[in-house]
Design a protein around this ligand. Structure first.
Ligand SMILES: C[S@@+](CC[C@H](N)C(=O)[O-])C[C@H]1O[C@@H](n2cnc3c(N)ncnc32)[C@H](O)[C@@H]1O
Length: 396
């Protein structure tokens, strides 16, 4: 059965929302104002999920990218950027209201350019082609430009397409102050070296074939080494703005001992080390901790120790901590770490989150003993539904 509906608003994942006989339907690839003929593909108790059969009226789209709705990367790409930010703000406000009963005051929404911001991409290879996987499939969409990635990444992508006849299974391109290529496949070392003479560091099938094995990035006056397996924030401009805001807050306080949990290559710990007597960073990936220790030397920092382990294995060991900064993966904090952090009773907790759902889940527990002193958002991933949030908590 087919239904003609109007898309009334957008959901948190960039899908349009309409109604069929007063029941909500989520329709991917539609935007507010569209009138579409849809069919129901899932009938759930409280909502439908639908698919567009025909557009009767199409709200004008921002046609930034030729692969929109195909490559699976940017579900907001057709939406005007100001509207994208509005959707993200609404999403956060809704979540706080619904889940925590709080009308959250958003101090600032940090944003910058919505294109050419990504400093890292991973391409997949299949049948002598390179590209991204189509949404929710392993079908390859060949691309030779990704408008959210830095120009340098796009130029390397074009050059990779010139040697496409060589089998490449996966290619990671990282562009910070220098450029790194990490290729997996049966392409020969000579071909790679011949075509990428200008690239600083190259790995082929996990062997370093050129350069030092790491590249660097400058953030707020400090320099950070990044290896191929270490996490590094994909939007350097936005993460610098986030960290700068956190530093401005710390400058007004007088903390002695801080934990930087899920510390990656040590960026936050090293940045805050100027304002705190002692910092301890914990991270599970050993190459990231190796980078963190090098970064400590590079920046001549003496008051920070890095531990390579899972946070949940070590969190119970620390005492007299007055500041805890957490920047966990999308899964948020595990129960053990969450309860240990609260039990430790630090004066301040700063929660940096890339997943508002797990942030809210964890805040539910934290807000029994803590209150939100400041909250801001950052559009770290423009044109996607993802959003970064920072909550600054003080003891009640
Ligand atoms: C969102 S990143 C944050 C990195 C760092 N704060 C930064 O800004 O560069 C999350 C980090 O947590 C690490 N990680 C994931 N699970 C972990 C765990 N259970 N214990 C410790 N580190 C973990 C990941 O390897 C990753 O480096």
């Amino acid at each position: 059965m087919e239904y003609k509906i109007e898309i009334e608003k957008m959901d948190h994942f960039g899908r349009g929302i309409g109604k069929i006989n007063n029941k909500i339907i989520f329709v991917p690839h539609t935007v507010k104002g569209d009138i579409v003929v849809v069919k129901i593909v899932k009938d759930k108790k409280k909502f439908y999920e639908g698919e567009v059969i025909q557009y009767s009226k199409k709200t004008p789209r921002i046609k930034l990218c030729p692969y929109s709705n195909v490559c699976g990367g940017c579900s907001f790409i057709d939406i005007d950027y100001k509207e994208q930010l509005k959707i993200k703000i609404e999403k956060i406000k809704d979540l706080f209201q619904k889940e925590l009963g709080i009308s959250i005051e958003i101090e600032e929404v940090i944003s910058d350019s919505n294109t050419n911001y990504r400093n890292k991409i991973r391409l997949h290879g299949k049948n002598k082609k390179l590209g991204f996987y189509k949404e929710k499939t392993n079908d390859l969409v060949t691309i030779d430009e990704c408008i959210i990635s830095k120009d340098e990444i796009n130029s390397i992508m074009k050059r990779l397409n010139l040697i496409i006849d060589n089998n490449m299974d996966e290619v990671m391109i990282r562009s910070n102050k220098e450029v790194m290529l990490d290729i997996k496949g049966s392409i020969s070392k000579d071909i790679v070296l011949h075509h990428f003479k200008d690239i600083d560091t190259i790995y082929l099938n996990d062997f370093l074939i050129k350069g030092k094995g790491y590249i660097t990035e400058d953030i707020l006056g400090k320099t950070f080494m990044i290896s191929n397996k270490s996490f590094f924030q994909v939007n350097t401009k936005i993460c610098s703005k986030i960290f700068s805001k956190i530093l401005n807050y710390l400058k007004t306080k007088n903390y002695h001992k801080a934990l930087d949990l899920y510390c990656g290559v040590g960026v936050i710990g090293i940045l805050i080390s100027d304002y705190i007597d002692k910092v301890i960073g914990i991270e599970v990936i050993d190459t990231a901790i190796q980078d963190a220790n090098q970064n400590k030397k590079l920046n001549k920092v003496n008051n920070i120790d890095f531990i390579c382990d899972k946070v949940e294995n070590r969190i119970h060991e620390f005492q007299d901590i007055d500041l805890i900064i957490v920047d966990p993966p999308r899964s948020g904090l595990d129960k053990k770490s969450l309860s240990s952090i609260i039990k430790m009773n630090p004066e301040t907790i700063i929660y940096i989150s890339c997943n508002p759902n797990t942030l809210i889940r964890d805040l539910k527990e934290m807000l029994i003993r803590y209150k939100i002193e400041s909250f801001f958002m950052a559009d770290m991933f423009p044109n996607t539904y993802h959003v970064e949030c920072v909550a600054l908590l003080g003891r009640k």
